[in-house]
Design a protein around this ligand. Sequence first.
Ligand code: CTP
Ligand code: MG
Length: 225
Amino acid sequence: MNAVAIIVAAGSGLRMGSDIPKQFLELMEKPVLLYSIDAFRSALPDCQLVVVMHPAFIQKAANLLKDYAPSAIIVPGGDTRTRSVRAALEVVDHRSIVLVHDAARCLVTPALITRCYNEAVMKGNAIPVIPVTDSIRAIDPNGSHAIDRTTLRVVQTPQAFQGTTLKTAYDSLPDRDFTDDASVLEAAGFPLNLIDGDETNIKITRPADLDIAETLIRRVSASTT
Ligand code: CTP
Ligand code: MG
């Protein structure tokens, strides 16, 4: 089946606190955004890339992608992640497998992308998750209480879907915001297919995450040379 990769990169990166949004910051001399583009092209060479950008940064993205990924479509995003995905869904072929990925997860591997795609072909969707390694407490009126972490999972991207199902789910909830796409499917009443994610598939959120990402990249290149 055809594949579409929606790479959401329209956020402002407030927690990173940098002058330009984190997706444009250089990680080992390569902009964060281009890592995801490379991983998708390697895993799914024929996939249609849709990059969602804040309107103020569309020109900057266009300059970056002009020679690098000329067939990528750049779409203006909204002021929440959900609105940014919604904007991308307006331009994609819904008969495809649609993978939605946070540009901020720049260490995504082609292997994880391929696994998500194949699982979505077989089972309708694929949501990568990893176990929680920290102790977790919930805040309550009496202070806090421990949560059994063995019942919890950290959710990653890419999340892969039959495009028609994803579009139906988004269209059925036009006014709500969610932190990811699995939550949209769930709220619309569709079952989810959780698969094993990858502990190195971190999300660049705060400055220290860039240092962690650099260490992980160096580790991979040391093991392959
Ligand atoms: N995103 C988006 N449109 C938005 C908000 C977020 O496309 N209106 C994207 C981000 O660019 C990022 C992904 O969704 O790739 C996950 O969001 P997050 O890590 O929270 O990034 P930001 O919203 O940019 O960061 P912050 O919350 O710190 O401002
Ligand atoms: Mg955010």
